[in-house]
Ligand binder design. Structure first.
Ligand SMILES: Cc1cc2nc3c(=O)[nH]c(=O)nc-3n(C[C@H](O)[C@H](O)[C@H](O)COP(=O)(O)O)c2cc1C
Length: 391
């Protein structure tokens, strides 16, 4: 099925704390090639950061990458956001995103993230102060639709109308909703009709089908960012471009995971080598589902027999995190909890080698959605399984 008319819609990877960091983005651009990616939030305080942390967003000013990068900052005071945003802008960022959505207790109790949405004044005076200090179009806002309820959403949107924002991203849930229920695309679309700058929709795009359904109901959305759907199916952006679920070989799956582990390890243990590889242009051409390209990438990353792979604990842990979500989009035999108990990356990849067909389709499977509910309980099960996904 063609998605010709959808070419005008820009899809990006949503900012994700603990996930969408630099090595993840490097890898993810190889798997799925989204047009843009968001960094996780950088928490600015009165004393931090004084200069940009080295590996936070090296795409800005240091490397030419085939995707746009949007740095995000979270702050409790507008002056901390402004100071930090200037560091990014001076380094070459075209704009900087303000986090007004994080629901976690820590930022919320510190007056940052979604707590900015508690009153009309707390939100609008914060954003107005920023707008009066930074050049027009040099910042954007990412917000939820409210804190406890949706009552203030319309007034928040009205207040933004006169401000020179680059764009507004809306995750259509309140802080209280966390991830329960559905993202309110009807409210996002209404914001998009009201505001003179682009509105980016966030929430619940899991497959080409879910996108087609949303697009039919809300045809005027120009940009979409995707978080959890891209973790469950890292090939999702390719699925959205082609309109078809992506088929990969088992060898591709293994090389994809091995490359992730290796990139993670290099980002920690051998930054100079990673720097040379990025500068050599290695990451410019996405591998997508192409086994020959993954083989070439793997060789350039140092190669070797994946069965012997040993990486640092954190790199192995992150690879298992990727797998934990991804396996829910694979044929059911890959949903094997014992795999996650492997002691090394080599052992883990060998175990994957021994199961399933030689090629298969990766796509969202609605019957696995229980994994991502707040209870993480399979319908009919007494307890959430020990190894359920950590989103
Ligand atoms: C693990 C995780 C971390 C997140 N971290 C951030 C963050 O740092 N900044 C932010 O604005 N949103 C963050 N979000 C919210 C996402 O950007 C997105 O708005 C939300 O997950 C809804 O989209 P989805 O249904 O496509 O996941 C995070 C979401 C997840 C699942």
């Amino acid at each position: 099925m063609s998605i010709g008319s959808e070419r005008s819609v820009e899809f990006g990877l949503a900012p994700m704390e603990g996930v969408s960091d630099w090595p993840f983005r490097l890898w993810f651009s190889q798997v799925s090639a989204p047009a843009l990616m968001g960094t996780p939030f950088l928490r600015a305080t009165d004393s931090f950061p004084r200069f940009l942390p080295d590996d936070f967003a090296p795409e800005i000013g240091r490397y030419e990458m085939p995707y746009k990068i949007i740095p995000q900052v979270m702050a409790s005071r507008p002056e901390d956001f402004i100071r930090t945003a200037r560091l990014f802008l001076d380094a070459g960022a075209s704009f900087v995103d303000l986090n007004c959505g994080c629901p976690s207790p820590n930022p919320v109790s510190g007056g940052a993230g979604s707590s900015l949405l508690k009153t009309e004044d707390s939100f609008l005076s914060f954003v107005r102060t920023i707008a009066s200090s930074l050049p027009n179009g040099s910042f954007s806002v990412k917000m939820r639709t409210g804190f406890d309820d949706y009552n203030l959403f319309e007034r928040h949107i009205d207040g933004l109308r006169e401000l020179p924002l680059r764009q507004l991203t809306v995750h259509g849930r309140t802080r209280k909703d966390r991830y329960d229920g559905q993202s309110r695309w009807d409210l996002i679309e209404r914001a998009s009709e009201t505001l003179p700058f682009p509105v980016v929709a966030s929430g619940d795009v899991l497959s080409h089908q879910t996108w087609t359904d949303k697009k039919a109901l809300h045809p005027k959305i120009p940009k979409v960012i995707i978080g959890r759907g891209a973790l469950r199916n890292p090939w999702l952006f390719e699925e959205l471009r082609s309109g078809n679920a992506v088929r990969i070989s088992k060898r591709t799956l293994i090389l994809t995971l091995a490359s992730f582990g290796r990139i993670m390890e290099l980002s920690y243990n051998d930054k100079d080598r990673l720097d040379q590889l990025v500068k050599s242009g290695l990451f410019h051409d996405a591998c997508l589902a192409d086994e020959a390209k993954w083989t070439a990438l793997w060789t350039a990353l140092g190669g070797g027999d994946v069965k012997d792979m040993i990486v640092e604990r954190f790199a192995f842990g992150r690879t298992k995190m990727v797998w934990n979500s991804l396996r829910s989009s694979l044929p059911v035999e890959f949903f094997e909890p014992t795999l996650l108990r492997a002691k090394s990356l080599g052992e883990f990849l060998s175990a994957i080698e021994s199961i399933g067909e030689e090629s298969f389709v990766v796509t969202h499977s609605p019957e696995m959605d229980w994994l991502y509910t707040s209870s993480r309980k399979k319908p009919g099960a007494e307890e959430a399984p020990e190894d359920s996904a950590a989103e």
